[in-house]
Design a protein around this ligand. Sequence first.
Ligand code: 44T
Length: 835
Amino acid sequence: MPNASTKPKHGRRTRRRHRDDPARNELVSSSLESAQQCLFNQDYGTAFVHYLLALNLAPVFKDFARDSFRFTLFKWSEELDSLGRIQDLFSCYEQALELFPDDEVILNSMGEHLFRMGFRDEAAGHFHKALKMRPDFPEARENFYRVANWLVERWHFLMLNDHGRNRKYQRAIDEAVRSGRSTVLDIGTGTGILGMCAKKAGAAHVYACELSKTMYELACEVVSDNGLGGKINILHMKSLEMEVPRDIPQRVSLVVTETVDAGLFGEGIIESLIHAWHNLLLPRQSDDEGSGEPSATGRVIPAGATVFAMAVECPEIRRHHSLCVASVGGLSLAACGELRSPVCCSAMPDDSMEPYTTERLSRLPGGYSALTQPFTTLSIDFNNVQELEGLSSRPLQKVWLPVTQGGKLDALALWFQLHLDQDNSLSTGPDEDTCWEQAIYPVHTSKDFALKSGDKLLVEVSCRDAYLRLCSVAVLRDGREIRLDKPTPDLADPGAHQNPEAQLCSALASLQTDFEDVCLLESAEMALVNNAEYHRSFQDAIAQLFAQLKSANREKMQDSSDRFYVLDVSEGFSLLSLMAASQGRVKAYSSVEKSKQQEVLKRLARSNCIPEESLEFWLNGTEDDQGVLQRPSTEKLWSAIMLDCVETCGLVRQKLMEKASLARCLLEEGGRIFPERIVVHGMLVESDMLLLESAVQGREPTLGFNIAPFINQFTVPVHVFLDFSTLECKHLSESVELFVLDLMDTNANYTSREVKVKATSSGRVTAIPFWYQIYLNEEICVSTLSHNSHWKQAAVVLQEPLEVGSGDWICLTVNLHKSTISMTARPDTQPQNMD
Ligand code: 44T
């Protein structure tokens, strides 16, 4: 650590004395010299210490030594990283930033380390600061774009753009403040909007709390820009940690909050409100009852909620959460045990499982059908603390729902109405014109089971560990009960329900045996396993490659010990190595890391008669990333390497091209990389929806407050996880080829390309959705846009919409920088002769 006493204090006198101090000057120059010598000898640790000493003693040399200092820091931190000395690595960066607090390169690099260690928020803060220091710093910009979605989640834009919602909150707050509630706490203030509404309505004291550091800083900026700086006291903390009088001087008469997620309770509103009623709010009933003075009592906006749910059939949900295919790529999956997503709401909650996921039902490709009427699952009064406290101890509620339409029971969907006060409420229902998603509780039943009209579905509703849990338990059909919480509903014992104890024992037993066999896959991995077309394409491409290699090496293949070596470096679960192994005389290496998933592959190998030694796990025992791409053994090279090139979110994987270059060097003669080429396609569209999700729109202030310029700093140019097939938009062109990435020949690659696109309708180009044709070889191609793909699409959202008339030509500049695609669009002024 730099010694504080060696730092120049203040004033000119001190500095002059330093400059004139010969012993000190001597030390500085000898330290700088030693630093350079150590650098030359590649002794980065010692060089770093010398630089720290010299530059702390003589800051005048900082500019002169900046580049060498950075170089030393990066080299030394690489070494510390590879030695696993993470604490030391970060303390070096901290010392470096004490010396160079505004150095964008150091900030960005520290952000990258933080990111790799999983500290996303902190990483993002560093990228953001680096970018503020130098807005044209491309590395920091790309890093920032990758993390901006976590820092400021995209729904903030949707909520601020939802004028109906904003106005209703404003009216409810106005009314409460006008009726005398003049001390207000905004829990989870986000951009500060509800707190500002309270102040504007005339509240005497407004406090706000926010747990996210980025949102807290944003709220502070917004509030002070709106002239409310000293008037709203914003705290960077979770409401549960707040105390009177330590954090706020007095109890408040009004709490306003919108800490609700699609499942209502997922943001912890129940716990927050119980805590608020006990610690932060005035009691609901004043001691002096009947005085008619409301300011002595406490109240919450929203006052309460009513929760609804219904059973749905939805193939899109099904293929993301359950196994829907019996075989893929020539492999029978009969022996794989139970494969399903971790989203599961069982009677016995488990940490590894999320009870629900969220979707906008109206936007799911293929749609959905309601199998029951919506039913009221729960009503809750946020102004009644006893009710809030009683929620988790409420007995399990059993609801028998008449099935109104036959179909597969894929999920229960849940939404709610939020009663802000008596007059204002919001609905998050699937038929509403809102930005809200619904909570989806997938049902993992056997493949062939379907509900029939006239059945009765038994749903159990409970509220445990802060989540609302919905569990489809049984179906009553023709007087017989079919259990759904067992693997094969048809085998259910109709008498079991008569004895609750016996029922519990059998439920426990079935759960225990189940878990032995259950292997969890993320929903995108599940959709990939269900994608028969993807596996068929790989199967065919591998078979063609082996046939080519065999005919090229006829003599070699006569040697019965000779085999093809295949490496699958897919991220997450993948069946590709097993498919390759099933083609015989192959040694296939899989990068699947999780032991449960490896067991599934081994089990499938046995059941598909693939010799055990044909499949190996590549990453077993290798700790670092460097080990991922190597030769199979010193004397062997790969016949095929399968690269996972596109992320589920619709972006090209980071470092794909670097990986491809490395992979090419590890191929035997005639060996291939799969895929060999990726063609990016896109289309011009006009989509207001994409704009609403990307930035606060319009020049009008939000409820009279200036918020947009602050939150819009977190706008990113590429929107991910898009479902292009259900995006509300107007197509303004045909789909066009935008870019080609050649993985077999990097020399063929370029980093920028101009593409001319003809508008087929007139409108405003607001976005360019894009997707990929992944060529495994010349003929076989997989599209990330296909309806059964596990991939979503991405879209470039233009900063400024571009007006086009039908027949106009638009010139797109497409850039690829370190696997990141960016695009700009401008009217093409050159006359076209190919019209
Ligand atoms: N998402 C809705 C959730 N917080 C909305 O840090 C609807 C999602 C959504 N702060 C699509 C559409 C929509 N103390 O900034 C967050 C959070 C903060 C707290 C202090 C606490 N106890 C909490 C709890 C949360 O509150 C803010 C809002 S929470 C979520 C709101 C448009 N996808």
